[in-house]
Design a protein around this ligand. Sequence first.
Ligand SMILES: [Zn+2]
Length: 445
Amino acid sequence: MAKNDEQLNDEEAEIEDFITSILTQAVAERASDVHIEPYLGNIRIRFRIDGILQDRGSLPIEEMERILVKIKVMSNLDITRHNIPKDGHFRFAIQLSKEIYEKKKEKTPESLVPDVTSRLFAKSAYEKIREKEKISPAKAEAIILDIGKRPLDVRVSIFPTISGEAIVLRILNREEMIISLKDLGLNNNIFSTVKKMITRPYGMVLITGPAGAGKTTTLYAILREIKSDEKNIITLEDPVELFLEGVRQVQVNPGQGFDFAQGMRSILRQDPDAMMIGEIRDGETAENAIRSSLAGKIIFSTVHANTVIGTIARLLDMGVERSLIAYSLNGVISQRLVRKVCPDCKIVYSPGSEYLKYFGLENTPSRFVRGQGCDKCKKTGFLGRVGIFEVFEFDNGLRSLIVEKAPMRSLEEYVEGAGMKTLKQDAVEKILAGITTAEEAAKVV
Ligand SMILES: [Zn+2]
């Protein structure tokens, strides 16, 4: 039987309500990603929160097609092709729900955090934003904020799996990314060192660590720290994850031939004082960045390596000259992220002996804490994350060793001898302070 217009409109509204509901819930739970994954019999929905995927229910597989079509339409993607990966972006309005959520949660803890499934296709109480009105995006945004909504930017990845196209929605502009340099987890000494490295008028500061170590959040914190009306700050990013007022942010687009290397070739003509390059992946980008830094600009970027000395090795692998590395770098920040013990359910406990041994804490008369799991932390025992850092400001001693082709082992001995606290030592400090647990820290250092 053919569906009439009214039925079609209802279905359209239902799917919109579903997407509103799932994204509102994801934001309320501080999720960075929403996974919508088709399997043989059902669709699995998971949120990534504090770096860990958590199940948020399932839906009948029959709904997948409608969800896919809607998300593709919202992101201007081709709805007819199912066998190739697609990347897109959409802007959406959700209720400014964090405060409302917190308030209501006191009264009705369960009803406000239901599984996504129980809210599926429930008529949304939220007013729909009138996107069709002919007004500028800025005006639309002002109206949205006025009536208690906030714009949400979502990066979309659609990937063909053997059971259908899987969707990952990355939530951009997340509140947890708006964090000041002071709150990243740098202790006082390290904070002053970092501040010195980043406020120099020129040179390069690299942040290193594996994927998911919070490097981008640190880059944004640095830009917010140095930003001023007297400076022209330009970024090259893939993707732009957080919007910064007063910073010229540029999204690179490798598909269109506009990659980091291409961006670096033209960026100087924009007369920058400071530049942020999302990632240095190749020798050409590295050399261009280094030459800019030697020409009086300050450059911030990330490199995929594990430690401060590993970063030097990585740049050498890319074919960068030793003297360029030695004399352009102000310093390197190596980092990891660990989950913080939930303050609402923490208890004193004893970590396993293997962990105490690993961190050299066997004979430390100390109280260790962990979260036992409560409603607030969704039974995980953790709430939020903090960085673990290893920072070294380059000095003449290290520069000479690099130029003299000293083995990496000597470089490591040198920085430790010069008093650099290693990732492991910083982790120990945070375990003893009750910020994280030995088990959690052992996963990353
Ligand atoms: Zn808890």
